[in-house]
Design a protein. Structure first.
Lengths: 290, 261, 95
């Protein structure tokens, strides 16, 4: 893609009220996805700082880059981290990582941290996957389903459409809500065929927002069927990049008849948070200190 | 008696005019955006006069787009009937088009005994090869030819055309030789097609039809996976249309044609 | 935990569900499957579980429709070897 319609906002943040020098247990989580990477540092299980960036072509470099981004301006260095857990597609490629744990376990833990112990159903959609997870009040997984085989219902599928319509991905959701009447959803599940279908709709004179509405609707329905497969138990929370797409979220909530809990923290860092929390649990379990 | 079969596919529209079980005329045009217009365009390219054709049968995903047909048959039935006409010894038919891949088990008359379909997923059909050729920045023909020169194995983990495209971009970035990537691409789709064949049970001989049969790389991988040489007609794209035309010559349709006069 | 391995694509839902609360990691499914769809090891999704568990192998997880083709003929399908082999009835196929 020549133009960068996929470019969402990269970010970093530090909690101004916490001092790492006072912490007993400093742990980190690094989530290296195929599309984006996040790094989180926790002080005694409290969120201290994080970074969120696009994964490059080299996973180990991406892990280091996002970790340094998270640590920027804090004075904390990678060597100061007592235990780091890597998660995501590139989890075994974190050079400074102590252990790799899958994203399903980490997302459940992360969602429990971000949304509280009442969360039972978590939907996560990342760059190249979509997960539906049930967890208990401690964030332990009781049921899960992950699709990372098919681009439909993943961030990549949405990127293809953003590119087709020349709409920056940050704007897709809001633009899709500007339609007067909700159009029927795109009928092809497959992103390749859906793209051809959408090209046809554009030629028929459909404006961009109508095509986006049709695609967001199709994506919401697909996600709905995945959630149906494991069942919907409240409270419901959404993590990952998709949580920022109001076009898909609002349509999904409508079809479910359930509203998702709203997050105060960047939804893309859920996996890294869960990883950092596992790191803390492992430090406490094994009594590891540098 | 002259009959015609119209195969309205995703990428191309094919018309075959048949008489006495043989092809007497045919036309292939791109489907474009307007199936009806494409059908008329194909019709116009035939040398046969419309009034000489007694029965018209349509098949293909867009078969309902034409008002010309007296009857409709499924792609599976049409592919089976067409394949047996060209290859009386065929007992398995593999039909790989732009958007669907099918494996069909038939008897000596071309009757369908069993079938399995790859549908609604680009990875199981010609659309996969097209997407990969685009990612490699070569034509389909070039990709097929170069795959025959592969000397090394490349792993392709993605089972989706969209993800495979991303995987290819990384491989290209790592300077993987193009022939090796091309070979991996054909091996991947062949693997998916062969699993459909396993579901119906392979019986020799195997006929390969549909547009993707023209891809030498795919054929090479397929023959390797099957452990058999597939039979390929001169014009593999028109076999389903031929089948539809031949089915049109059967009693049932002759009666319909009379009734509508 | 109900571990649903597999995917949903345009052509359908292809999930093998393993009930890890029932599974004791005996490996009967690994032996029964002619296509190498199963493996036994550390639970990838429960890092705090001590005993081994069965899972769908990484090589086949994303192509179950094709991997399972041998046991799922177009017609005349019998009981699946893996499902039959599991002494805990911990295995279910969605298709």
């Amino acid at each position: 893609m020549a133009e960068e319609y996929w470019r969402w906002t990269e970010s970093r943040w530090t909690d101004p009220d916490l001092k790492w020098q006072d912490a007993k247990i400093i742990t980190a989580g690094v989530d290296v996805g195929s599309v984006s990477s996040q790094a989180v540092v926790m002080l005694d299980g409290r969120l201290y700082c994080y970074g969120n960036t696009r994964t490059g072509s080299n996973s180990p470099d991406s892990a280091v880059k996002v970790m340094n981004m998270a640590l920027e301006g804090t004075g904390l260095k990678i060597e100061d981290l007592q235990y780091t857990v890597g998660t995501g597609y590139g989890r075994v490629n974190v050079p400074f990582g102590n252990r790799a744990i899958t994203e399903i376990a980490c997302h459940a833990r992360g969602a429990n941290f971000m949304y509280g112990p009442s969360v039972r159903t978590v939907l996560d959609m990342g760059g190249q996957d979509c997960k539906a997870i049930h967890c208990d009040d401690r964030g332990k997984v009781t049921n899960f389903l992950m699709n990372d085989k098919c681009a439909a219902g993943t961030g990549r599928g949405m990127e293809v459409f953003a590119d087709l319509l020349s709409v920056p991905i940050n704007d897709v959701g809001e633009l899709s809500l500007k339609v007067e009447d909700e159009p029927p959803p795109v009928s092809s599940t497959c992103v390749v065929f859906a793209k051809s279908e959408a090209s046809g709709l554009l030629r028929e004179g459909w404006p961009k927002e109508k095509v986006l509405a049709a695609y967001c609707s199709a994506m919401a329905h697909r996600v709905f069927t995945l959630l149906e497969r494991i069942g919907m138990e409240k409270e419901f929370a959404i993590t990952g990049g998709i949580a920022k797409n109001v076009g898909v979220v609002s349509r999904l909530e409508k079809e479910l008849g359930v509203k998702a809990l709203k997050a105060k923290i960047d939804t893309q860092i859920a996996g890294a948070i869960g990883a950092a929390l596992f790191a803390k649990a492992l430090v406490e379990k094994e009594g590891k200190k540098k | 008696m002259l009959t015609a079969g119209i195969d309205v596919g995703a990428k191309t529209v094919k018309i075959v005019v048949a008489a006495d079980g043989r092809i007497v005329d045919y036309a292939i045009v791109p489907a474009g955006q307007d199936a009806q217009a494409a059908i008329e365009q194909a019709w116009g390219k035939l040398k046969t006069k419309a009034e000489d054709i007694e029965v018209i049968v349509a098949t293909g995903s867009g078969r309902k787009s034409t008002q010309r047909a007296q009857g409709f048959v499924t792609e599976v039935a049409a592919a089976a009937r067409g394949a047996i006409a060209l290859f009386p010894e065929a007992r398995t038919v593999i039909d790989v088009g732009a958007e669907e891949g099918r494996a069909i088990k038939i008897d000596e008359t071309g009757k369908v005994l069993d079938f399995a379909i790859n549908e609604k997923c680009a990875a199981g059909a010609g659309a996969f090869c097209e997407a990969m050729a685009r990612a490699l920045e070569v034509s389909l023909e070039e990709m097929g030819a170069m795959s025959l020169n592969s000397t090394g194995k490349v792993a392709m983990n993605a089972q989706c055309a969209v993800f495979a495209e991303s995987e290819l971009v990384t491989l290209v970035h790592n300077q993987t030789p193009k022939p090796d990537m091309a070979r991996a691409i054909h091996d991947a789709i062949s693997d998916r097609i062969v699993s459909m064949v396993r579901r119906v049970g392979m019986a020799e001989k195997v006929a390969l039809i549909g547009g993707v049969a023209k891809n030498v790389g795919f054929v090479h991988s397929l023959n390797g996976d099957l452990g058999a040489q597939v039979l390929i007609p001169e014009e593999p794209e028109i076999v389903a249309a031929l089948g539809a035309a031949l089915l049109g010559a059967q009693d049932k349709y002759a009666k319909t044609a009379e009734a509508s006069v | 935990m109900l571990a649903n391995y597999g995917y949903k694509d345009g052509s359908g839902d292809f999930f093998i569900t393993i009930d890890t609360d029932q599974c004791d990691g005996c490996g009967a499914c690994v032996q029964a499957c002619p296509a190498g769809c199963f493996a036994v090891g550390e639970d990838p999704h429960d890092p705090l579980r001590d005993e081994p568990v069965a899972m769908v192998s990484e090589t086949q997880r994303k192509k179950l429709k094709y991997a399972c083709a041998a046991c799922k003929p177009a017609s005349g399908r019998g009981p699946l070897p893996c499902v039959q082999a599991c002494p805990q009835n911990a295995l279910v196929h969605s298709w």
